[in-house]
Design a protein around this ligand. Structure first.
Ligand code: HAM
Length: 416
């Protein structure tokens, strides 16, 4: 029979290995601690949602139009894997009556998201996000609060050198008039635009400012800027957000072209990048206000603001040496010869005070010692048939090389 090729992981996904997990967990722990310090409560929503809920994010959002993992129709519902969490958190807020409780709700969620994205470093088809959402709060104080929380999270995981970009993209009152101006500006340039941008010109002109095509960058410079065209309310909100950021000494750059890839944003939008990043680098954290999303989902109009940070991307930025790996086991039990019952019993005794691994394989003692070294064990417990018959063992301190013979009953005290 011909041997088949080994089956590899699906394209664009990645395994998180034991060597990466200390950094991964550090990022997650810092997320939980920071969110808790700001009074946010955890929520977990399903990885699957009705496709229609996701579609309400906006038909022109790439995560919906191009990247959504849809299921074959099962029963009566069309389902999809969530590409982001905000739509589901807003749904859960109303569906479970959190809107009847104290306002606003401050929620955080950590979990996987799925997008049929072009796989590359830092861009995966299953990736993990730390989401923070304030639902039921329209004041600019909440915008600044989530930005401060995001910065504190990134700083806490050791990423000091950050660049924060902010913008206001107005709301349903002031944006339509601005979009007309933007279209007027771009129409004479239409023949010079690429295919994607030509489509955006009529369907979603704001995203023209978001174009990654090199030769289209020059057109932005003279394009009308949204934050010169805000209505009075949006302008007041925007000015207060900037004042709050200044008062909190949060360095930020106003980027009038920052528009974000999801269509539900109103007013404040922001993105955090690694400090040294230039050009088209991907954001570590991104978010903004979404005052129209609840209504788009069919619920009463309710303001909201939040962000999501990419745990994969943040973990990749953490210096691997900053978080030393823990040894897989403090103690390795090495029987010299075939002593599976005795070795298992000694391991059980030691496990009351330490993490313990056993080498059951019939290898030479030298080979077993090499394994103990590679595991980073602090102690090795050696066991010969003669010692085992007397319920004795030798404890070897791996850093000093000192060895002493003990009764099994003495092991917990010695290793504690
Ligand atoms: P987003 O910009 O689509 O926003 O994603 C937020 C973050 O998730 C990105 O900055 C990045 O760190 C990470 N991310 C996105 N796509 C990938 C990918 N393919 N691979 C690895 N990491 C990725 C949202 O998802 C909004 N729901 C954020 C939000 C919450 N706005 C308000 N509340």
């Amino acid at each position: 029979m011909p041997r088949s090729e080994p089956i590899k992981a699906a394209r664009g996904v990645h395994d998180i290995l034991p060597a990466d997990l200390p950094r991964w967990r550090a990022a997650q722990r810092a997320a939980e601690e920071t969110a808790t310090r700001y009074g946010y409560e955890e929520i977990i929503t399903p990885l699957i949602e009705q496709a229609e809920l996701i579609e309400r994010i906006g038909a022109d959002t790439d995560a919906v139009s191009k990247e959504l993992y849809r299921f074959e129709k099962r029963g009566t519902q069309n389902l999809a894997l969530r590409p982001e969490a905000t739509a589901g958190v807003v749904r859960a807020y109303f569906e479970n009556g959190l809107n009847q409780g104290p306002k606003p709700s401050r929620l955080y969620l950590i979990g996987p998201m799925f997008r049929y994205d072009k796989p590359q470093q830092g861009r995966y088809r299953q990736f993990y996000q730390f989401n923070v959402e304030v639902i039921g709060g329209g004041s600019p104080g909440f915008d600044a609060e989530v930005i401060e929380l995001a910065q504190e999270w990134l700083t806490e995981v050791g990423l000091q050198d950050l660049r924060l970009e902010v913008n206001s993209i107005g709301d349903s009152r002031c944006r339509p008039a601005y979009l007309e101006k933007l279209k007027e500006y771009y129409r004479p340039l239409q023949s010079q635009l690429g295919g994607d941008s030509q489509l955006r010109l009529e369907r979603n002109p704001l995203r023209l400012l978001d174009s990654k095509v090199p030769h289209e960058q020059q057109f932005k410079q003279n394009a009308p800027k949204i934050n010169d065209h805000l209505c009075e309310e949006c302008a007041a909100h925007w000015s207060m957000v900037k004042r709050l950021l200044d008062a909190a000494e949060i360095e930020h750059e106003v980027n009038p072209y920052l528009v974000r890839g999801l269509d539900y944003y109103t007013r404040t939008v922001f993105e955090f990048y690694p400090g040294g990043a230039t050009g088209q680098q991907d954001a570590l954290v991104a978010g903004g206000r979404y005052d129209g999303l609840a209504e788009a989902e069919g619920w009463p109009s309710t303001p909201g603001v939040g962000f999501a940070g990419g745990i994969d991307r943040v973990t990749e930025q953490i210096d691997a040496t900053a978080i030393p790996p823990r040894p897989a086991a403090d103690v390795v039990v090495l029987p010299d010869g075939e002593l599976p019952l005795e070795a298992a019993e000694v391991a059980r005794i030691c496990r009351s005070v330490r993490s313990v691994a056993v080498d059951y394989e019939p290898k030479s003692l030298a080979a077993k010692m090499r394994l103990a070294n590679r595991l980073g064990a602090k102690w090795v417990v050696l066991l010969t048939p003669d010692e085992a018959s007397r319920r004795m063992a030798r404890v070897r301190d791996m850093s000093s090389g000192a060895q002493e013979q003990l009764d099994w009953a003495e092991l917990p005290t010695r290793l504690a």
